[in-house]
Design a protein around this ligand. Structure first.
Ligand code: ACO
Length: 327
């Protein structure tokens, strides 16, 4: 059986950059507070007419170009997002139209918040392994600025907009590239720690007194959960595949907070420079964060053929997961 591999990566971020100093004009905060608590210096923010599907389609096209495939070869498109263009249809269908994919391509969204990309990757990989699909585009894309309360300093400083994508398909001849494994987890007892409480079927028609339609978060509790569960998810998958942490050339963690990444590096007893970090320039882009960082890591030469990469994420749900990829 030919294994499946990541054949190409791509990413896209909106042009507009919002710095910590810009945020200090909106809410009572400072560059110093944001940098020391999170590591974030600036983030990209989409313009009004720029939709999640626009970011997603640009990242996907870049990934296709990188893989050297044409859109006609794609028979599956999965978009991981919590900020789709509309509640219905799936943003993946809008992306399909923007890319000009064939009608035989299956297109749907996956919602697992910041873990969404790993969920979508595992879903696509399983569908490819079934033998019924051959080439998939897996996208993480968010216009997270659209669900932020811009008067709440405890959340609005943390997030940004972007998209990242990978193309997966059969391992090319002579290559060692391979998706080695993935593992997904959810703890539904903790939905209230991080959520967008309004806007769903509980409150279909906006009315006075409804819960807000923006992100609410109990930051300290989420922080502790993130460290504990990302560390376990990383350990589990390495153990399952008989890999010692030291054999991992590059870890691409969900980019939420530098202090969370430092803590995981300590637990895994890995030098922190083994972790690729770009949250200083993008903030937390939710489902886009891992494929966005992955694409940059490849472009700057941090991932080479034969390398082993570990993805690890957590997000609302609460969800978490990990994946191991050979290049
Ligand atoms: N600027 C200045 N002060 C602030 C800001 C701000 N932007 N935000 C909060 N503060 C204040 C608080 O009001 C509080 O003041 P008080 O002591 O007078 O009450 C003080 O700073 C400390 O607040 P804490 O919340 O205790 O600060 P903490 O050190 O925990 O850092 C943070 C907050 C950065 C949010 C941290 O808890 C964190 O990173 N948590 C994880 C969040 C995360 O990663 N979320 C992404 C989830 S992924 C997804 O699925 C969307």
């Amino acid at each position: 059986d030919t294994p499946f591999a990541i054949l190409g990566t791509g990413s896209f971020a909106p042009e507009r950059v919002m710095t910590n100093a810009d945020l200090a004009d909106l809410v009572e905060t400072s560059d110093e507070w944001i940098i020391t608590r999170t590591g974030i210096r600036e983030r990209h923010i989409a313009s009004e007419g720029e939709m999640t599907s626009d970011l997603a389609a640009k990242a996907a096209q870049a990934a296709l170009d990188d893989a050297g495939l044409s859109i006609e070869q794609i028979d599956l498109i999965i978009v991981a997002t919590v900020t789709g263009d509309m509640p219905m249809p799936a943003t993946a269908c809008i992306v399909q139209a923007k890319l000009g994919a064939r009608p035989e391509a299956a297109c749907f969204d996956v919602q697992a918040a910041c873990s969404g990309f790993i969920y979508a990757l595992d879903t696509a990989w399983a569908m490819l392994q079934s033998g019924r699909y051959r080439h998939a585009i897996v996208i993480g894309a968010e216009k997270f600025s659209s669900v932020l309360d811009w008067s709440d300093r405890s959340t609005c400083v943390l997030f940004g907009d972007a998209a990242g994508a990978v193309v997966i398909g059969p391992q090319p001849a002579g290559s060692t590239a391979e998706i080695r494994g993935a593992k997904l987890y959810s703890e539904g007892g903790n939905t209230n720690l991080l959520c967008i409480p309004g806007g769903g079927s509980n409150h279909p028609t906006p009315a006075a007194g409804d819960p807000p339609r923006h992100v609410q978060m109990r930051g300290r509790e989420v922080f502790k959960f993130a460290v504990r569960e990302m560390k376990d998810a990383a350990r589990d998958i390495l153990e399952q595949h008989g890999v010692s942490p030291d054999e991992v050339n590059c870890v691409i963690p969900h980019q939420a907070n530098l202090r969370i990444i430092d803590a995981i590096a300590q637990y895994l007893e890995l030098p922190v420079d083994r972790f690729f970090v770009n949250l200083d320039r993008y903030g937390n882009t939710s489902a886009a964060s891992i494929p966005l960082a992955l694409d940059e890591a490849r472009r700057v030469g941090r991932i080479k053929p034969g390398d082993l990469t570990l993805f690890v994420a957590f997000g609302a749900g609460l969800t978490y997961g990990s994946a191991l990829v050979r290049w």
